[in-house]
Design a protein. Structure first.
Length: 750
């Protein structure tokens, strides 16, 4: 225990000092933590080093859980659905291309297969934290290409979680073939959908019922408890604990309490995250860096050139014009947090070589330093390329992006209907399958123990079977009947007689799937003939369809799920934290919405929009002002701004950037003599020579000429008498005043 305290003291003190230096140098704090880890490692003999590395590694593993839990809290499945296909195409193409490139580079160095595979995974992951920080420092967060990059980074984080699961499967041993890999992906999808649906149904319901009792202390304990519970469940299911933490974070992200949980978890995440990144730096061996200088150089160039070329190509495939694609691709030329996590996974599984970790850390440090320069280099490279490229090619590339963005044709009724039916069938099938598995695993053995003996054995089977059918009945009915009365279904039915047979076929297919679940239950628990089981299954499905009470239960459950899923959006709309719905339409054009916060010391505070003349100065339109729980839509010129106001403005990239720069720079200058502005309380005794004798408080101009305020006059009472403005000052009056030291000194000298 003593060694652990000493090690943590050393880590946190050194990390604090180093990160202050990096903050001063305007470098990412992640690099500061890595450098601090290098300084306290045994590889640095000139300083004190960590003694108990195993305990520090345990804390670092906890740090990974908190990092991914926090990432899940910032993640939302609804965001993915709202993004459309463009970010998905870009993310998948970039990850696949960079992973392939990384494997080829590893093969060129003659490294082992597992080293190459894990290297590809590490090179494919750009750093969300570093890119966000770079955009913020360079004032680019409000530009449209930055929002595209952040959308792709969110998807990359999701793909990284999937990649970690796949890499664990590959590292398990036996060279899994395509079929095994496909089964792993299907198993992952099954469990992910099951956890998400059940979590969204139960957890928001629990938090809503206990909201009046929940304090901040209880909320963080419950949130972290759920995080670690899901981590344990994920481990038991054959996945990594980090994956479970991410899933629980993404479930809690859909609740009203998400913002509060993020705020409460932030200090804990920062502490354990710092320990994790310090542990990364502790693995950096200078001897390996010297001996592996060539791989470090080659991998650095691979990331810079690969992301510049392949990343830009991926964005172009998603429908972006050449300039936007290059600005996005050049921004992603670095690796960060997930590369370290994947490398830690490889070391934990014992499938990658020791030299690979410090090599990847060194590459991350170099590419992080170069990130701002790569972002700035995108436009000059575009200008150089456009000057040398045939004009016909350039027009085609730009036209490709514009055509893709402007061709937002509504999907056909068939496409929408089949997509919705497919999603519903998959979700309800997973819920039904999970319910059957739970009943057969836990309830069936229990009923058989309660009813022992051969004769009672069949009663136990019958009771379990009826309970199972009763539990899955709402799911099966929803699977069969949902979307049969939707506008798309009715429109297709009325549009043409040729559509009616395929529509009936979609209903029959879902009836067969529902009947298959009943068939499996009856077949597993009885020895009836197949024909009889089929008849029982079909009759059960018909009864479910005809049951009105089951219909009400199914609708009630679905409405509760939708309410839980939308609760955070509803709360954000009520409190004015969600951007207006027309934002999605503006994004397809040159203008979009940016949100800006008025600094506490802004010169704009206390001035009206008309006085600031924002429209003429910057060309932007202020659509809303968010103040606390209030939302002032379409503000007039008389609207006065206050510190902390959030301004939603509409404009193009250049206009919004100029607006953000002015809002950030136009600040009240700091008072260099702030110490002299302290207020003091003094009393003065008026003498016959005082210039205030015979004057009233108004006539004395104490406030205007001397900057002092009269608190009261002593008149022989315990409390001061509040002076009447019309009272004349007399000789011998004891007057108490409040003011700055210099102003009071001037008065005392009179």
């Amino acid at each position: 225990m003593e060694h652990l305290i000493l090690d943590l003291t050393l880590i946190l003190v050194v990390a604090g000092v180093v990160t202050l230096v990096f903050k001063r140098l305007k470098q990412p704090l992640v690099l500061g933590y890595i450098v601090a880890g290098f300084l306290v490692s045994p590889h640095m003999p000139y300083l004190a080093s960590v003694v108990d590395k195993e305990n520090i590694q345990t804390w670092a593993d906890i740090g990974v859980l908190f990092l991914l839990f926090a990432l899940g809290l910032d993640f939302s499945f609804k965001k993915i659905l709202r993004m459309g296909m463009a970010p998905v195409i870009a993310a998948v193409s970039i990850v696949f291309s960079m992973m392939t490139l990384g494997i080829l580079v590893g093969k060129a160095f003659g490294w082992t297969q597992m080293n190459c595979v894990f290297l590809g995974g590490m090179l494919a992951m750009s750093s969300t934290t570093i890119i966000y920080k770079a955009f913020d420092d360079m004032g680019l967060r409000q530009q449209r290409f930055a929002s595209l990059v952040m959308s792709v980074l969110i998807l990359e984080d999701v793909l990284a979680i999937v990649m970690m699961v796949m890499l664990s499967t590959i590292a398990s041993g036996s060279n899994p073939d395509g079929g095994m890999m496909l089964m792993s992906v299907l198993r992952l999808g099954f469990i992910l959908i099951l956890w998400f649906v059940v979590g969204i149904f139960l957890i928001p319901l629990f938090l809503r019922k206990t909201r009046k009792l929940m304090t901040d202390e209880m909320l963080i304990i419950i949130s972290l408890g759920l995080c670690f519970l899901m981590a344990v469940i994920a481990t038991r299911a054959g996945f990594s604990s980090a994956f479970g933490a991410f899933v629980m974070g993404s479930i809690l992200a859909e609740t009203i309490e998400a913002d509060k949980i993020i705020r409460l978890v932030e200090p804990v995440k920062n502490l354990f995250g710092a320990v994790f990144f310090v542990s990364v730096g502790m693995l950096v061996d200078p001897a390996i860096l010297v001996s592996q200088w060539l791989p470090i150089l080659v991998l650095t160039l691979t990331i810079l050139v690969g992301q510049a070329v392949l990343g830009s190509t991926g964005y172009m495939l998603s429908g972006q014009p050449l300039l936007t694609a290059m600005r996005c691709g050049f921004s992603m030329a670095q690796i960060g947090e997930f590369a370290f996590i994947i490398a830690s996974l490889g070391l934990t599984l014992g499938v990658i070589s020791d030299f690979l970790y410090p090599v990847v850390v060194a590459v991350s440090v170099v590419t992080t330093f170069l990130t701002p320069y790569m972002i700035r280099a995108a436009e000059p490279c575009y200008n150089l390329l456009s000057a040398r490229m045939p004009k016909r090619w350039l027009r085609r590339l730009n036209h490709l992006g514009e055509a893709h963005q402007s061709s937002a044709v509504e999907r056909s009724n068939w496409n929408r209907l089949l997509t919705q039916m497919g999603v519903n069938t998959v979700v309800y099938s997973i819920l039904s399958g999970a319910t059957i598995a739970l009943m057969f695993t836990f309830v069936l053995p229990f009923t058989r123990r309660m009813l022992p003996g051969w004769n009672l054995h069949w009663y136990a089977n019958a009771i379990t079977g009826m309970l199972t059918v009763l539990f899955i009945a709402p799911f099966l009915r929803a699977m069969v009947m949902k979307k049969n009365h939707s506008p798309e279904f009715r429109a297709l039915w009325m549009e043409s007689r040729l559509n009616r047979l395929p529509l009936i076929f979609t209903v029959l297919v879902r009836i067969i799937i529902a009947a298959a679940f009943i068939f499996y239950i009856v077949n597993f628990l009885s020895r009836f003939k197949n024909a009889l089981i089929v008849a029982i299954a079909l009759i059960a499905v018909v009864i479910m369809i005809m049951s009105r009470s089951l219909k009400r239960r199914s609708i009630r459950l679905e409405r509760m799920f939708i309410q839980n899923l939308r609760s955070r959006d509803i709360e954000a709309q009520v409190h004015g934290r969600k951007k207006p719905l027309f934002e999605g339409h503006l994004l397809d054009r040159d203008i979009h919405i940016g949100e800006f916060v008025v600094p506490e010391d802004s010169m704009w505070a206390g001035r009206s929009l008309a006085q600031l003349n924002i429209g003429h100065r910057f060309g932007v339109h202020v659509s809303s002002v968010l103040r606390g729980m209030q939302r002032l839509n379409i503000p007039t010129g008389d609207t006065v701004l206050f510190p902390g106001d959030r301004i939603q403005a509409i404009g193009n990239d250049e206009q919004l950037q100029q607006f953000a720069t002015a809002l950030r720079d136009e600040l009240v200058p700091e008072d260099a003599e702030i110490e002299k502005r302290e207020m003091h309380l003094r009393k003065i005794i008026l003498t016959t020579k005082s210039p205030f004798i015979g004057k009233t408080l108004r006539e004395s101009h104490l406030r205007e000429d001397y900057g002092c305020m009269v608190v009261g006059v002593e008149e022989g009472q315990e409390q001061l008498t509040i002076i009447n403005p019309d009272r004349l000052f007399e000789s011998g009056d004891i007057v108490w005043l409040v003011g700055e030291e210099a102003d009071l000194a001037r008065l005392m000298a009179l």
